[in-house]
Design a protein around this ligand. Structure first.
Ligand SMILES: Cc1cc2nc3c(=O)[nH]c(=O)nc-3n(C[C@H](O)[C@H](O)[C@H](O)COP(=O)(O)OP(=O)(O)OC[C@H]3O[C@@H](n4cnc5c(N)ncnc54)[C@H](O)[C@@H]3O)c2cc1C
Length: 387
């Protein structure tokens, strides 16, 4: 294609969701461009597939509830299985201030319509996850409708759905330049191989969103952050339906996927290259020590080092997404900075951005807390201290 109505840069789960939702609203001549050779070359395939509505801000809870409804309807709407498994998310606290934080978050969640999330006392933890050592734990919070999703099935579902509605998807096309025309608007997208005239561009470039925005003179506050995943050998000591279990204090969490246990803990990466995605053996050793102390049955298994992986989160300064037109370039639409929640929020964010592009504003939810101008206005969202 040498011209398009909207060019969506990035064929990850967010770009695919926007493309699908725009096409469903009747947009023609939509074009998705991605520099990798096949779906899943960015962060989407690296996601561990957690889904939760237990957030500490109203907007994030509402994004999750909107997404949850769309995931439940995904098969009917898109014809694919998003792998939604409501096995629950169990948050654990070992300090009173963490309990207080969870209680405040529960109040926010209930006000936003998430009624089934609840506080858990220390003695109630084994009923939900009998494999965790309760030493030192004061309690936590549990939501039975949180759980797991399958990121690549959601991505492929949206790509297939979009293509059925006429969207063109081209791989191996790296955007090198955004040509600015009259009025400071982008008029052309230039890759190494082609030039495409367009009316608008969607920045769905994930952890690489800032360099793309810079091509249009937009200073986007989104930075990459490495996240590593340690993976055990196949291990039957924990059940497949164990809830995602998270320790609020240091963010250590674990889940079972495809017969292996995945261990995560957010630590600052060692490399100075912000796009580095190597697995650090020292980190693996350290997270395994933590895991064995907190989940004693894990002393019976070992890490499968070649299966461990790392990928990039796309961090925004307040760890909330940026959604809508860039203040400095009115036809560059941002769907960026999900800060590690981009798969679970993709159904909602794609729909909401399609409303903004089509109607000038989102109608399903009030997305003012996600407006890209909030940082310049000094009105960022409260930073989630722990969640
Ligand atoms: C270890 C790990 C665990 C995670 N766990 C979860 C989880 O449990 N739940 C959850 O919801 N999220 C999770 N995430 C976060 C989630 O993976 C991301 O938020 C999500 O995938 C972002 O989707 P995206 O479409 O924006 O980005 P991506 O999937 O990275 O897609 C962006 C695409 O843009 C392309 N691109 C970039 N620049 C250009 C350019 N100049 N020209 C052409 N193409 C370009 C890239 O090639 C890429 O394919 C996790 C992430 C990691 C790393």
């Amino acid at each position: 294609m040498n011209s398009a109505s909207v060019v969506i840069v990035g064929g990850g789960v967010l770009g695919a969701s926007v493309a699908y939702h725009l096409a469903r609203r009747g947009w023609k001549d939509l074009l998705v461009l991605d520099r990798v050779s096949a779906p899943g070359g960015g962060s989407t395939s690296r996601s561990t597939g957690g889904f939760r509505a237990q957030y500490s801000t109203d907007i994030n809870v509402r994004l999750s509830l909107l997404s949850r409804g769309k995931l439940r309807d995904f098969h009917h709407e898109i014809g694919a299985d998003p792998g939604y498994q409501p096995v629950g998310y169990l948050w654990l606290a070992d300090k009173w201030e963490e309990m207080e934080f969870l209680r405040n978050a529960l109040r926010v969640q209930q006000a936003a319509g998430l009624e089934e999330a609840r506080e858990v006392r220390a003695e109630g933890i084994p009923e939900i996850n009998p494999h965790v050592s309760t030493d030192g734990l004061l309690g936590g919070a549990f939501c039975p409708t949180d759980g797991f999703i399958r990121p690549m099935q959601i991505l492929q579902g949206y790509l297939d759905g979009a293509q059925r509605l006429g969207v063109s998807v081209e791989w191996g096309e790296e955007i090198r330049e955004l040509e600015i025309g009259p009025g400071g608007r982008i008029c052309r997208v230039i890759t190494g191989r082609k030039e495409v005239a367009c009316q608008a561009v969607v920045n769905a470039a994930g952890a690489w969103a800032a360099p793309l925005a810079a091509m249009a003179g937009v200073d986007l506050p989104v930075t990459p952050l490495k996240r590593q995943v340690a993976v055990t050998h196949p291990f039957g000591g924990l059940p497949a339906d164990m809830p995602m279990t998270l320790f609020l204090g240091d963010g250590f969490h674990l889940r079972v996927r495809d017969g292996r246990v995945l261990l995560l803990r957010p630590d600052l990466p060692q490399s100075e290259d912000p796009y580095d995605t190597s697995v650090e053996p020292v980190w693996v050793e350290s997270v395994v020590r933590t895991a064995r102390a907190r989940v004693p049955t894990l002393r019976e298994t070992w890490m499968d080092l070649p299966s461990c992986w790392a990928g990039l989160y796309e961090m925004s300064p307040d760890r909330h997404a940026l959604l809508g037109a860039a203040p400095e370039c009115e036809n560059l639409y941002l769907i960026n900075g999900s800060s590690g929640h981009g798969v679970m929020h993709a159904p909602a964010l794609g729909q909401l951005l399609s409303e903004i592009i089509s109607d000038g504003r989102a109608t399903t939810l009030d997305v003012a807390p996600l407006r890209p101008s909030r940082f310049a206005e000094g009105d960022a969202n409260p930073l989630p201290a722990l969640l």
